[in-house]
Design a protein around this ligand. Structure first.
Ligand code: CA
Ligand code: ZN
Length: 299
């Protein structure tokens, strides 16, 4: 199986970046990833202010996918996530919603053993591996890997885990896929500003989906399809996600807008992916009991 080394990474999604490798559809391959600080912090005496702050959220890629063209939709199946044996969590002034209460920067290294994360000698919790950044190049411009958006990116959505599929709209030939920012665990919201940040390996398979393009990323889990909407605040992100979810329900169940809107309200949850990145990310879950297959979409 092809292994893409973590030494090849980008810190922005941009069609000008040269692909580092070409891969085929339907063939599993492995992507190695750095942690969100580009593996610069390995010990607790290394502080945030001592590292190169330009190397944030490095994402391995760009990966050119053969037979994929602008206007296509791809699915990325997350087949397996393998974590390194230690991760890190930082706190420093200004980080996250309570960053004003932090006076000193602190680095915490957390060991992983037998699928548990050891927070300290008394407290441990199970790993729940996920992918923070996964995306393709936008049609134009340069989007730092710190940003989530319609191209994917830093969605920090905990359902992007083993067994899930991420559907992305492709804007340039080959897609120019990149992936990074694994978390050993993270709750909805990413409340302190980071998950358990960690490097690792992700086994992925890319397929092409027979559909019209999609307006924003969609994540498929065992039970639902999540519409991933990122925007400047809750009002903007929720409007965007609710509108798209209602349009999907309208098309798939052959309803008028008002009926789709009511059915959405009765059956779908809106949840928070993250509140700490430059744009906020929400997810709206369409249960598979309502819509078994979301593709093809014609809207
Ligand atoms: Ca992230
Ligand atoms: Zn992260």
């Amino acid at each position: 199986m092809k292994v893409i080394k973590k030494s090849h990474y980008i810190t922005s999604f941009n069609r000008q970046h040269k692909p580092i490798i070409e891969i085929d559809l339907n063939q599993p391959f492995i992507i190695e990833t750095q942690d969100c600080y580009c593996s610069q912090i390995k010990k607790e005496d290394t502080l945030r202010s001592q590292i190169n702050g330009d190397l944030m959220n490095p994402s391995t890629g760009p990966i050119f996918i053969r037979e994929v063209f602008a206007g296509d939709v791809i699915s990325l199946e997350i087949m397996k996530i393998q974590l390194e044996d230690q991760g890190l969590m930082l706190t420093f002034p200004g980080l996250g919603p309570l960053g004003d209460l932090i006076e000193e920067q602190k680095t915490k290294i957390l060991a992983i053993k037998d699928d548990f994360i050891y927070f300290n000698e008394e407290i441990k919790f199970p790993i729940s591996p996920m992918v923070g950044v996964i995306g393709v190049a936008p049609k134009e411009g340069d989007i730092p890997t710190e940003y989530p958006g319609d191209h994917g990116g830093n969605m920090d959505t905990k359902e992007i885990r083993e067994g899930s599929k991420v559907y992305l709209p492709v804007s340039v030939d080959g897609g120019l896929l990149a992936l990074g920012d694994l978390h050993g665990a993270m709750g909805d919201g990413e409340l302190s500003g980071m998950g358990l940040e960690i490097g690792g390996k992700v086994q992925v398979k890319v397929k092409k989906i027979n559909t019209k393009t999609i307006k924003m990323p969609i994540v498929e889990t065992e039970k639902e399809f999540l519409i991933i909407a990122s925007d400047k605040d809750f009002k903007a992100a929720s409007r965007k996600g609710i509108l798209y979810a209602s349009q999907i329900i309208q098309e798939k169940l052959n309803l008028n807008f008002q009926d789709a809107y009511s059915l959405l309200s009765a059956t779908c949850d809106i949840r928070i992916s993250q509140i700490v990145n430059p744009l906020l990310t929400l997810k709206i879950g369409l249960p598979k009991t309502l819509i078994a297959n979301i593709f093809p979409l014609n809207i």
